[in-house]
Design a protein around this ligand. Structure first.
Ligand SMILES: C[S@@+](CC[C@H](N)C(=O)[O-])C[C@H]1O[C@@H](n2cnc3c(N)ncnc32)[C@H](O)[C@@H]1O
Length: 192
């Protein structure tokens, strides 16, 4: 949506790093397990923002595509990737309309919630491919969001992935830290 593009452009323009330069600690923590489970190294970063996770994955040997609506975020991401000496394909697109194609061994979806994308993300996985998902969890103590659809409800992330042919390798809801989050690792069927 155009309003998302404007909002995120302004956020990314007004501060050095919106979510920090380093990768998500969850992604970093799970990297060893992910590499053991995957034979391929093709990754898609949904709503990649300033590219912190795309750049980390490229440094880990993945061929990465990062998609986001914000050209300001993507320009910063491209500069940082070049500075780190890694190659990432950054694509500007509105994920409410654009449908990524191809096959990926790893799809990551961090701090972004568009429920209708989940079937598409599962459909993009190669056999045995993995989705790593991490997004904000609604709890009573949280201030109400501008749009309640942006927050996961308790138990919801697990329910969103349970109908698919594959295995939920990990699910956690944490109310510690600055933001309560729900996290999940899903593995498509067809792996070893
Ligand atoms: C909280 S940031 C998360 C960025 C990144 N995933 C991370 O964890 O560092 C949310 C991202 O969603 C992107 N976004 C919001 N609406 C979008 C849309 N309709 N299509 C594509 N990207 C969108 C924003 O531009 C922003 O980069």
């Amino acid at each position: 949506m155009e309003s998302d593009r404007i909002k995120w452009n302004s956020r990314f323009a007004s501060q050095d790093s919106f979510l920090g330069r380093g990768p998500s600690p969850f992604l970093e923590r799970e990297m060893g397990r992910i590499k053991q489970l995957l034979s391929g190294r093709r990754a898609l970063d949904i709503a990649c923002g300033e590219g912190r996770n795309s750049i980390f994955l490229a440094g880990q040997g993945f061929r990465v595509t990062g998609i986001d609506i914000s050209e300001v975020g993507l320009a910063k991401a491209a500069c940082r990737a070049a500075a780190e000496g890694v190659e990432v394909e950054f694509v500007r697109a509105d994920l409410e309309r654009f449908r990524p194609a191809g096959r990926y061994d790893l799809v990551i979806n961090f701090n972004f919630l568009l429920r209708q994308l989940i079937p598409l993300e599962v459909g993009l996985l190669s056999p045995g491919g993995i989705i790593l998902f991490d997004s904000i969890l609604a709890i009573p103590a949280m201030p109400p969001p501008s749009n309640p659809d942006f927050y996961l409800q308790p138990g919801e992330l697990f329910s969103l992935f349970s109908p698919y042919d594959g295995e939920i390798l990990f699910h956690e809801e944490s109310q510690l830290g600055e933001m309560p989050t729900a996290r999940l690792m899903f593995r498509n069927s067809g792996g070893n």
